[in-house]
Ligand binder design. Structure first.
Ligand code: X5A
Ligand code: ZN
Length: 655
């Protein structure tokens, strides 16, 4: 299933006719720049192009008052002076004789996108629209927004398609207060917005943009605000917000549809946002949302005023909607202290309404800190220092000068105070990784998994040279048998294809008795063939490959292992139950091909025992893996268990 791109040239018509420094950034070139870049990249051509239609009076009436709609209708016949006078009655608004037509097209584009996705014509899509929508209210234009495109789409999805749960993700850098007001008492719409806030000192200067605005009445807990109190938020901060706040709630909510208020003024270079996230970050954000709602993601343009940054970010979003893998993120993945504070205060405000946050423990308040007494964290540090040769020496693949080792302890990374690098120089460094020509290859060595594979995955015929295969197998007794050797040959061939960039992913089967040794060879082969860092996820009780080094190049994650244990930060096991149905290979193949995983259902919250194991591991790993940090340092002191866990960070380091 494909990706829709909804657009209409007429939406470039509306523009500012007089002098207004606040409004002049919202201009027609925003759309043409984005569209031109999509064409240049060959992305537009890969989409199903839909021409936008005008939303009807009834459709606009789903969220706007009839009086407001007719007020906007009348602007069509006003002269410039009257337009300017009327605009002055609203905050950050200009009207143009074409505004009514454009705004109806913008709302209609969203409706067409939602219809295309919910009828199954496409999997997902983007509506490229002007004017934007998320500030607009029942009877008011606001912040360049005339009709609330995303809110109308949500109301339409409920009314015309009978949906019960819609997630709206507003990644624009401004608070979409219009959407918040329209759904604040409605539990069928979960509205998430992050926004530049600076403790209330940034537009639109609203008290209700803060984290403690969580909805009202039936809608309590269905408004989620994440205020950024400093500028300069970057990739790590955005990803941390998704991982620690949005996604736990979203999985628990189990939406049937995801609408994105896709403003790109939250990207680097934007004059409004002053943030640092690179365009690639939007590929990752999009990708993280695609696991929800069976992949039904409808993005609609909101803000974004730096044409270059906007165009790149739009391309990243569309590319990801099309199923291309997300490019690597630049920069240290370490969220800054201010971001962590914001995320934590939003988690605390939402905790009363969401099991997934309660289980993770607002540190003692709900379940108490349940760190297994027989496995105190204090033994961990010495073990770690024995096992870990800390600094990975290999240069990163995506930064020419090599990046600092990702894991050195210490050093808070609050970079918000640092001057923002010139956006153009950062944007110049964009590396565009072409998608491999073959998306999924499947190296089949066991005939029984053919049954569950999707029909169009490519069957790999090739195999590595016999001599080479034997050389790799020689040290391993379990690889002596012909069956294991054949499987290894196919796997080595697949690995080469992947590391050379011809193949994106694949599945190889191997006899169970040879699994550990095969994995070991695969890791060694991967590292010697140019992979800088390798993630190895092992499901079920599997012995760690004998030659695995703790040098930071391989991260070993054993899910379904014997017990929760972190032998080092690069070797982690959890006893989480693994669902290893015979369908697993089929589901894996589909997901690797880019299909959305099946929804986990509304009861996807983990059991208390599983959460306990995970929290124990998190306590151990948090000092080293900065992306695991959610709790404030001050808060950890309130909880004896957590203090024990944090000894690694504080003990002896004077922090
Ligand atoms: C859609 C959008 C911003 C309005 C800013 C007014 N509006 N200062 O980004
Ligand atoms: Zn904005």
């Amino acid at each position: 299933m494909g990706t829709a791109l909804v657009y209409h040239e007429d939406m470039t018509a509306t523009r500012l006719l007089w002098d207004d420094p606040e409004c002049e950034i919202e201009r027609p070139e925003r759309l043409t720049a984005a569209l031109d870049r999509l064409r240049q990249r060959g992305l537009e051509q890969r989409c199903l192009r839909l021409s936008a239609r005008e939303a009807s009076k009834e459709e606009l009436g789903l969220v706007h008052s009839p009086e407001y709609v007719s007020l906007v209708r009348k602007t069509q016949v006003l002269g410039e002076e009257e337009l300017q006078a009327l605009s002055g009655q609203f905050d950050a608004i200009y009207f143009h004789p074409s505004t009514f037509h454009c705004a109806r097209l913008a709302a209609g584009a969203g409706l067409q996108l939602v219809d295309a996705v919910l009828t199954g014509a496409v999997q997902n899509g983007l509506a490229l629209v002007r004017p934007p929508g998320h500030h607009s209210q029942r009877a008011a234009a606001n912040g360049f927004c005339v009709f609330n495109n995303v809110a109308i789409a949500a109301a339409h999805a409920k009314q015309k398609h009978g949906l019960h749960r819609i997630l709206i993700v507003d990644w624009d850098v401004h608070h979409g207060q219009g959407i918040q007001y329209l759904f604040e008492d409605d539990p069928s719409v979960l509205y998430f917005s992050w926004h530049r806030y600076e403790h209330g000192r940034f537009w639109p200067f609203l008290r209700e943009s803060d984290a403690d605005a969580v909805g009202r009445g039936q809608g309590l807990g269905f408004t989620v605000n994440l205020p950024w109190n400093q500028v300069g938020m970057g990739n790590a901060d955005y990803v941390a917000a998704f991982l620690h706040l949005l996604l736990p709630l979203a999985f628990e909510f189990d939406p049937e549809l995801v609408l994105v208020s896709a403003g790109f003024d939250s990207a680097i270079g934007d004059p409004e946002g002053q943030m640092q996230a690179t365009p690639e970050c939007f590929a990752h954000l999009t990708h993280l949302l695609q696991v929800l709602a069976g992949g039904r993601v409808c993005a609609m343009l909101e803000g974004g005023y730096h044409l270059e940054s906007l165009a790149e970010s739009v391309c990243m979003t569309v590319q990801t909607l099309l199923g291309d893998p997300a490019p690597p993120l630049s920069g240290l993945m370490v969220p800054c202290q201010s971001a962590l504070e914001s995320i934590q205060s939003a988690r605390a405000a939402q905790a009363p309404y969401w099991k997934s946050l309660q289980l993770q423990g607002q540190c003692g308040q709900v379940l108490g800190c349940r760190i297994p007494p027989q496995a105190p964290c204090s033994g961990y540090d010495s073990e770690l220092s024995l096992d870990v040769t800390p600094v990975p020496t290999s240069p990163s693949t995506h930064s020419p000068e090599g990046r600092p080792p990702p894991l050195l302890p210490g050093g808070p990374m609050c970079k918000a105070a640092a001057p923002a690098p010139a956006p153009s120089s950062l944007l110049d460094q964009l590396c565009l990784c072409p998608a491999p020509s073959v998306r999924t290859t499947v190296a089949l060595t066991a005939p029984d998994i053919t049954l569950v594979l999707p029909p169009d995955v490519i069957q790999q015929e090739g195999s590595a040279l016999r001599e080479e295969t034997e050389a790799w197998a020689r040290p391993h007794e379990s690889l002596a048998r012909e069956e294991a050797l054949t499987a290894l040959g196919k796997l080595l061939y697949l690995l080469d294809g992947m590391l050379d960039g011809q193949v994106n992913s694949g599945i190889a089967a191997t006899p169970a008795s040879a699994a550990a040794a095969t994995l070991d060879v695969a890791i060694q082969r991967g590292l010697s063939h140019g992979a800088q860092r390798l993630l190895c996820v092992a499901l079920g009780q599997l012995d760690r490959p004998p030659d695995l080094a703790h040098d930071g190049r391989t991260l070993w994650l054993n899910i379904g292992g014997k017990e929760a244990a972190a032998l080092s930060m690069f070797h982690v096991a959890t006893p989480l139950p693994v669902d290893s149905t015979p369908q697993l290979a089929g589901i894996l193949a589909r997901v690797l091909r880019g299909e959305a995983p099946p929804s986990l259902g509304p009861s996807s919250v983990a059991s208390p025992e599983d959460v306990q194991a995970l929290m124990y591991l998190r306590g151990q790993l948090e000092p080293q893996w900065k992306m695991l940090q959610v709790r404030l340092i001050a808060e950890a002191w309130l909880c004896p268990g957590a203090r024990l866990c944090h000894r690694g960070r504080w003990g002896g380091q004077g922090k």
